[in-house]
Ligand binder design. Structure first.
Ligand code: TTP
Length: 700
């Protein structure tokens, strides 16, 4: 559930930067002939022209929406260019987009603490930069204000007394340079200047446009960034917060797009965020608990103390795919084949993270979405499973398969089942993903990666011995072993003992925000939930659940119109003071004459989050240990490990929305169900003996 964090200062300057029609821009940079033309990126599955996942603003003008398929888009906009998302290993390959996002992050990070929030979203804490500007070179003393800054939207500007006529840009210029403004408004003005400059740098170095919100906290900055798109920025002065929230539909607020928002509507009759003001903090706490109650009370007042985390790299890596309808996977062999693809991708990214960033991931998690035919209980969720992560593609594959098998047994309620790979007892897998999380940097000063692992090994020899004994002693099961009844067809391998490597960590984590992921999806990108659609309802849904933006808001200004507009009007109006200032429009103008700065293309990876090892899995560990004929000592050891091991929890801060977004929608929903704080323990464990996960796979 949301955690109330008091705002320690109302003089922070926070920006939220959101790329415009991001995948389209990436494709347009690859194919320059597509620039300025109606374009959409479609899923690789060509059924009905493929599902649209990104739509250019030129295409939106014709009414093309993300909820459409390519064929429908062609009907409403015959000249639309449909670009297929790159494909690798039989699934969408988002690496180009991730890397393009990294290029942008690198630039934005030059001016302040930077948090990569998703594949195309970044938070920036510009407080220090703004304070420095205010101290050294305040806007009121600047001879020129950049045109890009002057084009800012200042919420509530109409309320400010202005004597400089009715020209909108003159009003903005006046607001930005007022000498009688409060310190916090002056800081926001400085922030607006910095963001305008950064956006221009992003454009010059990457060719991408972006939009931004500038406010004194993350919540407001995010709300603002989607208000004026594309290639624009919006400032939220302190004085306009109550008006903004007063009319904001409750479900449009981040974290209120899901069940909590629905409950507020139904149970408390709250329709706008402002409606919450009528409730006391105690009353809200009575309804929703102390934390959520306080968070709601704060939110109604625009208070949000969440900090921008200095994080340029993803918290986790993930790879997933859906298998809708007839494409559902119905045999373990088929699941194994696809797991192999997913694990290869995951392993590549882990390796590159290790090499480039000297980071290692500690937890491997498998999520799946499944159905059971002829079963009234088929609504039962396929349990997500985690274990310590061992590096090496073959080991990841092996562990992922074991996690799947453990999950399937639990899902089917057949705990002792051992079955062969090509039979099916009426189940189907419609979504599958693997993720690596708990990614930690190898401490600086460590001379080499292996040194680090060795030093880790030395710190816990006893645990290592125990773990190794479990692995080495564990015999492989034959497919015929432990078959249970006619329905059971799983092939078990002796991989569960590796779970015994999990060691304890008494670290306690905060409980999770309720429905955080769900609401992030719905609200986090400022897509308006009432227009939400799901591309995943279509047969080839693959990567994302679709949000549909408010077209009336975001399509009012189209890039081409903006450019023309600017070229026509700006030039005439520009004062001598402004000459020489760059603008995004002017950049585009310069594009026509062929001058273009090419940026360096950084590379990065992606994201996602840790999950848990269920008690059931521990139980299986012990049962299987006994089933394999291991000594009762080993079985006892297993049970000791189980007893010592608390349930895993996770820190909501470690959940990377970008990775979650990349999962198939069904799995995202599964994950959301997992993220129920009340069902989780606060205690977290962490494996200490990293070295052993790098040991060669026993069966290789
Ligand atoms: P968004 O930021 O939601 O949208 P956008 O950048 O395409 O457009 P806007 O200018 O309105 O912000 O998503 C970023 C990218 O993520 C998008 O270009 C494609 C991908 N994506 C999907 O693949 N599926 C989805 O359902 C969504 C919402 C996004």
């Amino acid at each position: 559930m949301p955690v109330a964090k008091p705002e320690l200062s109302d003089s922070r300057v926070i920006a939220h930067v959101d790329m415009d029609c991001f995948y389209v821009q990436v494709e347009q940079r690859k194919q320059r002939s597509l620039r300025g033309k109606p374009t959409a990126v479609v899923q690789y599955n060509s059924w009905q022209g493929g599902g649209l996942i990104a739509v250019s603003y030129e295409a939106r003008k014709f009414g093309v929406k993300r909820s459409m398929r390519g064929d429908e888009a062609k009907q409403v906009c015959p000249e639309i260019h449909l670009v297929q998302v790159p494909v690798a290993r039989g699934k969408a390959d988002l690496n180009d987009y991730r890397n393009a996002g990294s290029e942008v992050v690198t630039i934005l990070a030059r001016r302040g603490r930077c948090e990569r929030a998703s594949i195309d979203e970044v938070y920036l804490d510009l407080t220090i930069a703004a304070e420095a500007m205010l101290a050294d070179n305040p806007p009121e003393r600047l001879e020129t204000i950049s045109e890009e800054a002057v084009k800012s939207h200042i919420l509530g500007l109409e309320e400010f007394p202005v004597e400089v006529g009715s020209d909108a840009r003159e009003k903005v210029r006046h607001w930005l340079t007022r000498s009688d403004a409060s310190r916090r408004d002056k800081l926001l003005a400085c922030g607006a200047l910095v963001v305008a400059e950064l956006r221009l740098q992003v454009l010059e170095e990457t060719e991408f446009t972006c939009s931004a919100g500038i406010a004194h906290n993350k919540m407001l900055a995010k709300l603002a960034s989607g208000m004026n798109k594309p290639a624009q920025q919006t400032v939220v002065p302190f004085s306009s917060v109550s008006k903004l929230l007063g009319t904001l539909p409750i479900k449009k607020m981040k974290q209120l797009g899901g069940k909590l928002g629905t409950s507020l509507q139904i149970d408390l009759g709250v329709n706008t965020v402002g409606d919450l003001l009528q409730f006391s903090e105690e009353k809200l706490q009575d309804y929703y608990g102390v934390n959520t109650g306080s968070w709601l009370w704060n939110t109604a007042r625009g208070i949000n103390g969440e900090e921008v985390k200095g994080r340029l790299l993803p918290n986790s890596h993930g790879s997933g795919k859906t298998f809708p309808g007839p494409r559902a996977l119905k045999t373990v062999a088929n699941v194994e084949k696809w797991l192999s693809e997913l694990c290869e991708e995951l392993s590549e990214r882990l390796q590159s993270d290790l090499e480039q960033n000297k980071r290692i991931a500690h937890t491997l998690t498998l999520h799946a979405h499944a159905y059971k035919s002829n079963d009234a209980d088929s609504f039962k969720k396929f349990p997500s499973k985690s274990c310590p992560l061992r590096y090496g593609t073959s080991k990841i594959k092996e562990d992922a398969l074991s996690l799947f098998q453990a999950g399937l047994r639990e899902y089917l309620g057949l705990y002792n089942v051992k079955t062969s790979g090509n039979q099916n007892s009426g189940w189907g897998i419609t979504g599958l993903s693997v993720s690596a999380s708990k990614i930690l940097a190898i401490p600086s000063g460590t001379r080499s990666i292996m040194n680090y692992f060795h030093s880790q090994e030395d710190t816990c020899p006893q645990v290592k011995l125990s773990g190794e004994k479990l692995i080495q002693d564990a015999p492989l099961l034959s497919p015929s072993e432990n078959c249970l009844g006619s329905g059971g067809h799983l092939t078990l391998r002796s991989t569960e003992p590796r779970i015994a490597h999990c060691e304890e960590d008494t670290e306690t984590k905060d409980s999770l925000p309720l429905d955080r992921q769900e609401e992030d999806k719905e609200m986090g990108k400022e897509k308006l939930p009432d227009k939400e659609t799901s591309i995943c309802s279509s047969p080839d849904a693959e990567v994302y659940r679709g949000w549909e933006k408010d077209q009336t808001e975001s399509c009012g200004d189209y890039l081409t119109e903006k450019i023309r507009d600017t070229l026509e009007s700006e030039e005439g109006k520009k004062s001598n003071k402004e000459k020489g200032m760059s603008t995004i429009s002017r950049y585009f103008q310069s594009q026509h004459s062929g001058s273009l700065l090419k940026g360096e293309h950084a590379s990065t990876s992606k994201l996602r989050e840790p999950f848990s090892l269920s008690d059931c899995q521990s139980e299986l560990l012990q049962r299987n240990s006994l089933a394999r004929g291991e000594s009762s000592v080993d079985a006892h050891l297993c049970s000791q490990i189980k007893l010592k091991r608390p349930a895993w929890s996770y820190d909501i801060d470690e959940i990377d929305q970008d990775v979650l977004n990349e999962l198939p929608q069904q799995i995202q929903e599964e994950v959301q169900a997992w993220l129920r704080p009340q069902k989780r323990s606060n205690t977290v464990k962490r494996d200490l003996g990293i070295t052993r996960y790098f040991l060669p796979a026993k069966d290789k």
